[in-house]
Structure formats: structure tokens, C-alpha cells
Design a protein around this ligand. Structure first.
Ligand SMILES: Cc1cc2nc3c(=O)[nH]c(=O)nc-3n(C[C@H](O)[C@H](O)[C@H](O)COP(=O)(O)O)c2cc1C
Length: 406
């Protein structure tokens, strides 16, 4: 009888067992996603701003973090964590992505199901494909809500979204700061992925040659900004709502606006996109419970440092006064271990979950949640940490730490 591998299907059966072989890591999912969806949809997700330098940098700096294994203790691995009074099975959540249905029609609800399956936080986006209420119905208190600003009429839309989040039982609000202007995304321009969207012979051909995606589109309908439909005058067609978003949305908040949000919202309040310790300090002053250190996955500035490299400087400044989270470039359980060794309380994955859906369909999110949890458990134990709390004590080398001066 063949020896059982710890990485084999174990007690899984059927499709879940087959996926253990077909898509064992992020890299397999990304490759498979590229083959299964139209090129313009894949480019929309994979691309960064400028020359994708920031996207590559996020990987380079994570790969450079080394962890020295320690031995001599043997315990049962525990991956669970408590965050803002709620127990999650693993400190690796799903980052918010707008227009997510472009790479996999129906993605938002599939992500909500993945969050429920894996008992992990899912930060659903202001610009997600389903409403926050629909997400909360499936993901319950695992639902966190990402907010963009809509300053017109004294932030009517923003504060209505917060009121809706309260009613729906959302656990945390995450205000995005790092998109004060629309970044230039060269691949989207080249693919003519602009508002209003008009298909070209090339895009039609790409759809015709991506049957899984086309069928998912038939089942789920055109991508939408479902949270926003109700605020738009006239019929909520994609062009109409996208036009509203282009005119009204502001991808950042002033500290005063964050402080006002703090007064309106009793749950956990996080800001997303902070990369400088001074901004972290401002966030704490404005009353943020947490900071999601992020460079938007390399999609806003090609010169921005990777969150991994600024995390130590931010931690030195605000340690103990707020919780630090990290995204941008996280692809594996080992990456989560690296980021948590540097001081993150939990990490989030954006592209990884979208590729998982594009590669495997609606169930891809649950597959990725299982896969990364298993990787995380093994990477922790291999580092000599048997629970997330132990990751603070591992011995690591981090060559790229950013020097902010005294
Ligand atoms: C297709 C796509 C859409 C995104 N949309 C949003 C958004 O609407 N709001 C936001 O705060 N961040 C958005 N992000 C950034 C993610 O929340 C996250 O910071 C980033 O994806 C993390 O990097 P990773 O993709 O390498 O994991 C988006 C990212 C992608 C890839």
C-alpha cells in the first residue's frame, strides 16, 4: 500500500480530493485562471499601475523574508484567532475587490460562501457585485465592509452604507484611503476596458473562446455595482451606475471624516492603505481600531513600497494602540507566517481568491480557503510556532525594512 502523504486528499472525497492534485497551490490556480477567462478580465485582475513594478515588488520582498526553524517542542497546531471579539479559523481573510465579477461572474456570493466555509473574514467591497445584505445573509458576522467615500450631500451615500452595515450585522468597516485618484492601469486601457464599455471584435473573440466564463455570465448576468444601484437616478444600468461611480466616488477620506465615521459606527473601524507611520499615528488619533497596511496590490503607485517593508516602522510607532493587518502579495500560508512574524495580526488575499474562482468556478474559493489553511498550519509548525500567537517569537531575517528615520 502506498504511504499516505500529509498533503494528499486525506479524508476528502470526490471533487475536493481531485482538487488536491489539480490545484495544489496559488500558482496552479493563477495559470488555470488565465486559460479559462477572457484576456481582458484576467488582465484587469493581474495588472497593476504603470509597469507592474509594484506588483512584482510585493512578491520580491515577501520571498526575501526568511524564517529560521526551531525544534524541540511538539504540540498540536492551532490556527484559530480571535479578532474584535469573534473567533476565526485562520487569520487569513479575503480582501475587498471591486468589479470582482469581471473575472468570475457571480464572484461576490461565491466569496461569501468561501468565507462561511473557511470561517474567515471577508471584506466585501463598496463596488462588489452583490449587496452587503446578500453577503451578510451567507457569511454572517464574517462580513466586513470596505468603504469608499461619496462626499456629495454631506456623505449621504457613505453614511447610508454604514447604517445598512449596522442593520445587516457587519462586524467591521474598512475605509480605503489609498485611491485619492484613479490610477492609470495600462492593460485596461489597451483592452478598452473603460466606461462606457463597448465590445470590440477582440473582446468578443475572447469571450467566445472562454466557455466556462461565458456560461457563468449567462447564469449570473452582467457585472454590477449592487451596493450602489439604489443611489442612482434613472435605471440602474451598468453604464448609468458606472457613470455615477466615476463622478461621485472618492477613493480616500480625510482624518476628520474617519473621526466622524468613528462616532457613527460602534463596531470595529479599520483604515486600509496606510504605508507611513505618521498616517498610522493619525489613524489611531481618529479612533481606528485597526490598520490594514496595504499598497492596493500594486494598483495605485508603482513607487509605493511593499507593506511588508513598512510594517516594522509602523509597528514601532503604534504598537499596542491599534491592530495591524496586511495585504498585497500574499499567496500562501508561508506568506501569512512571514507577515505575522513581522507584526501583522492577520493577512488578506485579493487576487488569490479571484483566481481560485476563475480557475475552478464557484467552489474555488472554498478550495483556496482549505489550501491556505493547511499551508499556514504546516508553515507555522515548521517555524517552531504552534499557534498564531507564537509567530511573534520566531527568528527571521527581513532585509528590506524601510528606514523612516527617528
Ligand atoms: C481586481 C481588484 C479590485 C480591487 N478593488 C478594490 C476596491 O474596490 N477597494 C479596495 O479597497 N481595494 C481594492 N483592491 C485591492 C485589494 O483590496 C487588496 O489590497 C489587494 O488585492 C491585495 O493584493 P493581492 O491582490 O496581491 O492579494 C482591488 C484589487 C484587485 C486585484
Amino acid at each position: 500500500m502506498a504511504a499516505k502523504s500529509a498533503w494528499g486528499p486525506g479524508s476528502k472525497s470526490g471533487r475536493a480530493a481531485r482538487l488536491t492534485y489539480a490545484a495544489p497551490t496559488y500558482e496552479f490556480l493563477e495559470k488555470r485562471a488565465r486559460r479559462r477567462v477572457p484576456g481582458f478580465a484576467f488582465d484587469f485582475v493581474q495588472g497593476g499601475t504603470g509597469a507592474d513594478w509594484g506588483v512584482d515588488e510585493n512578491r520580491r520582498v515577501l520571498d526575501a523574508v526568511q524564517i529560521v526553524p526551531r525544534y524541540g517542542e511538539l504540540e498540536k497546531v492551532e490556527t484559530g484567532v480571535e479578532i474584535y471579539g469573534r473567533r476565526y479559523d485562520v487569520p487569513i481573510g479575503i480582501a475587498p475587490t471591486g468589479m470582482d465579477a469581471l473575472i468570475w461572474p457571480g464572484s461576490t456570493m461565491a466569496l461569501a460562501k468561501a468565507a462561511a466555509h473557511g470561517n474567515i473574514p471577508y471584506i466585501t467591497g463598496t463596488l462588489a457585485n452583490s449587496t452587503l445584505e446578500e453577503v451578510a445573509e451567507v457569511a454572517g458576522g464574517n462580513t466586513w465592509l470596505q468603504l469608499y467615500g461619496f462626499p456629495r450631500e454631506d456623505h449621504r451615500v457613505t453614511f447610508d452604507l454604514i447604517a445598512r452595515a449596522k442593520t445587516a450585522g457587519v462586524s467591521a468597516i474598512v475605509a480605503t484611503l489609498d485611491a485619492p485618484v484613479r490610477a492609470k492601469r495600462p492593460r485596461d486601457l489597451h483592452n478598452r476596458l473603460v466606461v462606457p464599455f463597448r465590445p470590440t471584435p477582440r473582446t468578443v473573440w475572447q469571450v467566445a473562446t472562454a466557455p466556462h466564463w461565458a456560461l457563468a455570465l449567462l447564469r449570473n448576468g452582467m457585472p454590477r455595482f449592487a451596493n450602489i444601484d439604489r443611489y442612482v437616478d434613472g435605471r440602474p444600468t451598468l453604464d448609468n451606475v458606472a457613470g455615477f461611480v466615476q463622478r461621485e466616488l472618492k477613493g480616500t477620506f480625510s482624518w476628520e471624516e474617519i473621526a466622524r465615521m468613528r462616532r457613527e459606527w460602534d463596531g470595529a473601524l479599520l483604515v486600509k492603505g496606510v504605508l507611513h507611520p505618521d498616517d498610522a499615528e493619525e489613524a489611531v488619533k481618529a479612533g481606528a481600531d485597526g490598520i490594514l497596511v496595504s499598497n492596493h496590490g500594486g494598483r495605485q503607485s508603482d513607487a509605493a513600497p511593499s507593506p511588508v517593508d513598512v510594517l516594522p516602522g509602523i509597528r514601532d510607532r503604534v504598537d499596542g494602540r491599534t491592530d495591524l493587518f496586511l495585504d498585497s502579495g500574499v499567496r500562501s500560508g508561508l506568506d501569512a507566517v512571514r507577515a505575522m512574524a513581522l507584526g501583522a495580526r492577520a493577512v488578506f488575499c485579493g487576487r488569490a481568491y479571484l483566481y481560485a474562482l476563475a480557475a475552478l468556478g464557484d467552489g474555488g474559493g472554498a478550495h483556496f480557503a482549505d489550501l491556505i489553511r493547511e499551508e499556514f498550519a504546516v508553515a507555522m509548525a515548521q517555524s517552531g510556532a504552534w499557534s498564531p500567537a507564537g509567530l511573534g517569537d520566531v527568528t527571521f531575517r527581513h532585509p528590506g525594512a524601510f528606514d523612516f528615520g527617528a
